[in-house]
Design a protein around this ligand. Structure first.
Ligand SMILES: Cc1cc2nc3c(=O)[nH]c(=O)nc-3n(C[C@H](O)[C@H](O)[C@H](O)COP(=O)(O)O)c2cc1C
Length: 400
């Protein structure tokens, strides 16, 4: 999986309770196709055994400076990305001071690239001026700090100092591996999920969209360095945890308002949400009773959000539309939609095909551009479809 496939990731584990979570980070990296080498400090080994990491990675865990002649130099050169999770107060202090008294600190000092550091410690250790000064120094040296988060700590305390979850560290490693891209610092707005249009206080008209396609685009754009706003309708699939700006809405009208508010300064808008076309004209307060003899529900059109995006976005903003069409006529109808709405690309999917559309992890899409050229991609994971879409959109980005 891009950008992890065939990349070499060095994972340092120092001596904090959160070390058990690093096994999950290592598993995710391996699953995504990376080659992972773990270095354990001697305190780290008191929290998680080397056997756990050896079983996962199939490589011996490195623990001593004295096992090979120049491994502290070789390991840093070998790595495409370096992450330390958890990073103890002690490790941070040593790294800030340039102390190199074990394999991990020596490797970090000798490495040609800066590391991702995921601090984890008691709140008072974190808030201590010495730790704060060390963090500032490390930022100045170009290391990237991931967290810590606020939350429950060991011994029943609460505060800043909790290691961020492995999923977020995984995403940050992905961003480090991605390297330079034209998406860096560009504002990208993504809509995702279904909308729910109320019939009464307990019922709604909705659709089968899971939000996965929009979430995948938001995650891929974030990984490439974009500043992402994700506007999502109700979905049982959680939004990618690394996206800080998630705006949750329920109806098409609310999604339209959220979209309008987010469009200023947007460089690209991906309209992956399955927005309702019709909504009940007169939603009822309370619950409509069976005894009321209701025979039909009058509907009226929902706002056309693609048109809203076309009108509200800056002139040079890239507009990527999505269409769900069933059967053969889909391509022609998507071409018409692209033209009518002034979109730059349209992504067509047919949920009647196996492995495509709503509720599944994979998709099969056809991408149509302004010239009308249609490119049908093979079935792949939605995360991979997202990268294919972003690759094509990147060529059309404003200012590039
Ligand atoms: C039970 C226990 C839990 C600890 N948890 C942490 C922690 O979460 N964060 C931290 O910075 N230090 C923690 N420490 C202290 C470190 O293990 C200690 O500072 C050690 O010297 C760190 O070594 P290292 O940085 O080489 O791994 C803990 C110590 C013990 C005994």
């Amino acid at each position: 999986m891009r950008p992890f496939h065939d990349k070499r990731v060095l994972v340092g584990v120092s001596g904090g309770i959160a070390a058990y979570k690093t096994a999950e980070l290592v598993r995710r990296l391996l699953q995504a196709g990376s080659d992972v080498q773990v270095i354990l400090t001697s305190s780290g080994a008191r929290f998680v055994g080397a056997t756990t990491f050896e079983g996962l990675t199939g490589r011996p865990v490195m623990q001593s400076l004295w096992d090979g002649s120049l491994q502290h130099i070789d390991l840093g050169r070998w790595a495409d990305a370096i992450v330390v999770a958890p990073a103890t107060a002690n490790l941070l202090a040593k790294l800030a001071a340039g102390i190199a008294d074990d394999l991990l600190t020596t490797t970090l000092l000798a490495a040609p690239r800066r590391a991702l550091l995921a601090p984890a410690m008691n709140v008072r250790m974190f808030e201590h001026p010495a730790t704060q000064a060390n963090l500032e120094t490390l930022r100045g040296y170009g290391h990237e700090l991931v967290g810590p988060a606020f939350g429950e700590l060991a011994e029943g305390e609460e505060g800043w100092g909790r290691m961020v979850e492995p999923d977020v560290i995984f995403a940050c490693v992905g961003r480090a591996l991605e390297g330079e891209s034209n998406w860096r610092d560009k504002r990208v707005v993504v809509t995702a999920g279904p909308t729910w249009e109320p019939v009464d206080s307990v019922r709604f008209i909705g659709n089968r969209s899971s939000g996965r396609m929009g979430h995948a685009i938001a995650a891929a754009a974030w990984r490439r360095g974009a500043d992402v706003v994700l506007i999502t309708g109700p979905s049982h699939v959680p939004a990618p945890p690394e996206i800080a700006d998630v705006r949750t809405v329920e109806t098409a009208e609310q999604m339209g308002a959220a979209l309008n508010a987010a469009l200023t300064d947007a460089s690209a808008v991906f309209m992956a949400a399955a927005v309702a076309d019709f909504k009940p004209a007169a939603p009822q307060e309370g619950k409509i009773r069976r005894a009321s003899g209701l025979e039909s529900i009058a509907v009226e059109p929902c706002p056309d959000l693609l048109a809203t995006a076309g009108r509200g976005a800056p002139d040079d903003c890239l507009l990527v539309a999505f269409a769900v069409e069933l059967g053969e006529a889909g391509v022609d109808s998507a071409r018409r939609k692209l033209e009518e709405k002034g979109a730059h690309l349209i992504v067509l999917n047919d949920p009647s095909e196996p492995g495509a559309g709503f509720e599944v992890e994979t998709n099969r899409v056809t991408i149509i551009d302004k010239s009308g050229a249609a490119e049908t991609l093979p079935q792949m994971l939605k995360a991979e479809v997202a990268d294919e879409i972003l690759d094509r959109a990147e060529r059309l980005l404003p200012g590039d």
